[in-house]
Design a protein around this ligand. Structure first.
Ligand code: GAR
Length: 209
């Protein structure tokens, strides 16, 4: 059977502005080869869940502390993703490192947005505001965002898109974070998501004749 949309799951932990950018991109038609069908949060109070509710998207909260261990946590996510028939997983501010067991289950089907130009300021310990603090402490004049495939190496998978953003004198981590979100993350995440959805659909249609 030929299919024309990929089912997208978005994994979140916080405010969910990148989730909102994906929702808006689906509405405006930038994302046309995929449909956001599930949002999973590993934090019960995450505002991202509210954004998903408002958009009429199914949500699920899976907290590590409610699981036996990290393996059980990932097992529960895999069960939920597989039973929803998810094709593509987008990590949009998801603050938990995934094991090889998880990443290899969805090889080339998980993408992540990271708020720097990889390979700078990335890897374990570099997340959220910490990334911008490190960039400012180093004194770089240009930073940006990267969307990449997710494998077992934190921020180590193949790069899909990058966008550079100017660092200005007097920037605080918060100001730089906002500029990078507005000028880079919210643009390249939806574009990358559409690109990966299109690839998945084309490959599936080729297989199914
Ligand atoms: C974003 O800046 C995202 O790039 C970053 O956390 C923020 C989440 O914001 N992710 C990482 O640092 C992952 N290593 P959001 O919840 O508003 O999308």
């Amino acid at each position: 059977m030929l299919t024309d949309v990929a089912k997208i799951a978005v994994l979140v932990s916080g405010g969910g502005t990148n989730l909102q950018a994906l929702i808006d991109a689906e509405i405006s038609g930038i994302i046309k080869s995929g449909k956001i069908t599930l949002v999973i949060s590993n934090k019960s109070g995450a505002y991202a869940i509210e954004r998903a509710h408002r958009a009429g998207i199914d949500t699920l909260v899976i907290e590590k502390k409610a699981c036996r261990d990290a393996e059980d946590f990932e097992e529960k996510m895999i069960d939920a993703l597989d039973s929803a028939g998810i094709d593509i997983i987008v990590l949009a501010g998801f603050m938990s490192i995934l094991s090889e067991r998880f990443t290899s289950h969805y090889k080339d089907r998980i993408i992540n947005v990271h708020p720097s130009l990889i390979p700078s300021f990335c890897g374990a310990g570099f997340y959220g505001l910490r990334v911008h603090e490190a960039a400012l402490a180093y004194g770089v004049k240009v930073s940006g965002a990267t969307v990449h495939f997710v494998n077992e190496i934190p921020d180590g998978g193949k790069i899909i898109m990058q966008k550079a953003v100017e660092v200005r004198d007097g920037d605080t981590p918060e100001v730089l974070q906002k500029r990078i979100m507005e000028e880079a993350e919210w643009k390249i995440l939806p574009l990358s998501c559409e690109q990966v959805c299109r690839t998945v659909i084309n490959e599936r249609n080729k297989r199914n004749g």
